[in-house]
Design a protein around this ligand. Structure first.
Ligand code: SF4
Length: 432
C-alpha cells in the first residue's frame, strides 16, 4: 500500500488496476500495525458510531463472526458481498418472481450486494423499493421493442478503451466494470460485472489517458464505470495524478453509488486523497429516500467537508421512486446531507428494463410537483439520454403559454397566468 506519509502527488506503479477486493488481505494485515504514523488510519476503520441499530442486528444475525471493525471496513464489505441465491436466502424469503429470475439466470447482469445494503432490504416484502432495485425478477429476462444492450450508442463514440467522447469538451472515462452492488436497471449492464472486455487494465488506462492528452478540447473528465470507488486508493491516486498532469483538463468528476451502497468506502484516508486533486466533483447515484441512513449521511459529510461539491443522479423507476412524495423526500433528504439534486433520468431502454420504465409524462408530473412547491435547489433536471447517442435532452414542463401583444404569457407553478413585457432593448415590443 502507499505509505500515508508520502508527499502529495506521489505515484505508484501498477501492473493492473487494483480493486478493493485484491487489497483485502494486505489491508487487514496492515491494520494491525500499531505505528503512531498510522493512528489516524486505524481510527478510520474502527466503528465511528455511525452503525445503524438495524445494521448491528443484521450483522449479529447473518455475519455472527464479523466484528464491528470488520463491518465498518469497506474491503470486508466487498469481500463479503452477497452474490448467490443461497446467500440471499439466508436473510430473504425469495418470492416466486425472484426465484424464477434465478432459475433463468443465463449470464445476464450478475447479482451482488454489500452486506450493508442487504441490511436495508425488507426480508419479506418483495415490493420494497430498495429490494426491487437490486434483486432480479423474471421480467428482466423479457426484451421489449426499442430496447438495446447499448441504447446510448456508447460503443460508437469510443475512440479509446474505456473512453466515451460524445460531447465536445468532456469525456467519460470508464475505469472499472466492478460495482459493489449491481442495480437491475443499469445502463451499462452490458459491461458491469464482466472483466473480459479488457478495458480496465493498466495498458488500457494508458491508452485512454493518451487520448485525453492529445485532445485539448477535453476540459472535463468524468470517471465512471462500474463504480470508481471500488478501486483501491492507490489506483485512484494513480489515475487522478495522471489526469491532473494534463493542462487542459480543468475539472475531474467522479460518478459513484458508494455513499448509498458502500458508505464505509468514504474513509478519511480517501477524502484526504481526493482533496489533493481539486477541482474534483462527485455525482452520487441515489435511488430512494430509504438509502439516506446515518451511514450515508456521514459519508457525504466527509466528502463535503473535503470541499468536494456533491450532486446527485437518480433514475426514475416504476414502483420504486415514481411517486411525487417519494421523490420529494429523496430530494429533501439529499439537500440535508449537502448533495444538490442534479439529474433525474428517464430510465434507459436497456434489454429487460420495461418493468422499470415509466411514461415520460410521469417525470414531467414529478418535476411539476417540485418546481415552485419546494426549494429550487431540490429540483433536478429531468432528462432523457437520447437513444442512439444524442446525449442528454432536458424535458421540462411547459411554463410559457405563448405571446400576446408583445407580452410573454407565463403560467406559474399554481397554474395562474401572468404577462411579462417582452421588449427588446430600447422598449420596442417583440413581435407576437
Ligand atoms: S452503481 Fe451505477 S454502474 Fe453500478 S450497477 Fe448501479 S447503475 Fe450500474
Amino acid at each position: 500500500m502507499t505509505n500515508p506519509s508520502e508527499p502529495p502527488g506521489s505515484t505508484v506503479t501498477l501492473d493492473r488496476p487494483i480493486s478493493g477486493i485484491d487489497l483485502l488481505s494486505s489491508h487487514l494485515a496492515f491494520s494491525t500495525t500499531a505505528s503512531p504514523a498510522y493512528d489516524w488510519l486505524l481510527r478510520d476503520i474502527t466503528p465511528a458510531g455511525r452503525t445503524s441499530p438495524h445494521c448491528r442486528v443484521f450483522r449479529r444475525r447473518i455475519f455472527p463472526d464479523a466484528t464491528p471493525a470488520q463491518w465498518n471496513d469497506w474491503q470486508w464489505q466487498l469481500a463479503n458481498r452477497i452474490t448467490t441465491r443461497a446467500a440471499l436466502q439466508r436473510f430473504l424469503s425469495l418470492s416466486p418472481r425472484e426465484e424464477a429470475a434465478f432459475a433463468r439466470c443465463n449470464g445476464s447482469l450478475p447479482v451482488a450486494l454489500t452486506p450493508y445494503y442487504a441490511s436495508l432490504l425488507d426480508e419479506k416484502n418483495d415490493h420494497q423499493p430498495l429490494r426491487k432495485a437490486v434483486i432480479p425478477v423474471l421480467d428482466e429476462h423479457t426484451a421489449a421493442p426499442g430496447e438495446a444492450a447499448d441504447p446510448l450508442g456508447e460503443e460508437e463514440h469510443s475512440p479509446a478503451p474505456g473512453i466515451v467522447h460524445r460531447y465536445p469538451d468532456r469525456a467519460l472515462f470508464l475505469v472499472t466494470s466492478t460495482c459493489s452492488t449491481y442495480c437491475r436497471y443499469c445502463t451499462r449492464s452490458r459491461l458491469v460485472g464482466r472483466e473480459h472486455h479488457g478495458h480496465h487494465t493498466r495498458s488500457a488506462w494508458e491508452k485512454a489517458i493518451a487520448y485525453i492528452e492529445k485532445t485539448p478540447a477535453i476540459r472535463d473528465v468524468l470517471l465512471s464505470g462500474g463504480d470508481p470507488l471500488t478501486l483501491s486508493d492507490e489506483a485512484l491516486e494513480w489515475l487522478l495524478t495522471r489526469l491532473r498532469r494534463i493542462p487542459h483538463v480543468e475539472i475531474i468528476r467522479l460518478g459513484t453509488k458508494a455513499p448509498a451502497v458502500l458508505p464505509q468506502r468514504i474513509t478519511l484516508r480517501l477524502t484526504r486523497l481526493l482533496r489533493r486533486f481539486h477541482p474534483l466533483w462527485i455525482s452520487i447515484h441515489a435511488t430512494h429516500p430509504d438509502e439516506i441512513t446515518p451511514e450515508m449521511s456521514q459519508a457525504c459529510a466527509r466528502l463535503a467537508d473535503a470541499g468536494i461539491p456533491l450532486g446527485s443522479q437518480t433514475v426514475l423507476l416504476a414502483g420504486i421512486n415514481d411517486e411525487p412524495e417519494t421523490m420529494r423526500r429523496l430530494m429533501h433528504g439529499l439537500l440535508k446531507i449537502r448533495v444538490r439534486p442534479y439529474y433525474l433520468y428517464q430510465c434507459d431502454p436497456i434489454i429487460g428494463s420495461s418493468h422499470f420504465r415509466t411514461p415520460v409524462a410521469k417525470g414531467i408530473e414529478i418535476i411539476q410537483s417540485l418546481r415552485g412547491w419546494t426549494s429550487g435547489y431540490a429540483v433536478p433536471t429531468f432528462v432523457i439520454d437520447a437513444p442512439g447517442g444524442g446525449g442528454k435532452i432536458p424535458i421540462t414542463p411547459e411554463y410559457v403559454e405563448g405571446c400576446k401583444h408583445g407580452d410573454v404569457v407565463l403560467r406559474n407553478y399554481q397554474g395562474n397566468l401572468y404577462r411579462y413585457p417582452d421588449h427588446a432593448p430600447g422598449g420596442t415590443a417583440a413581435a407576437d
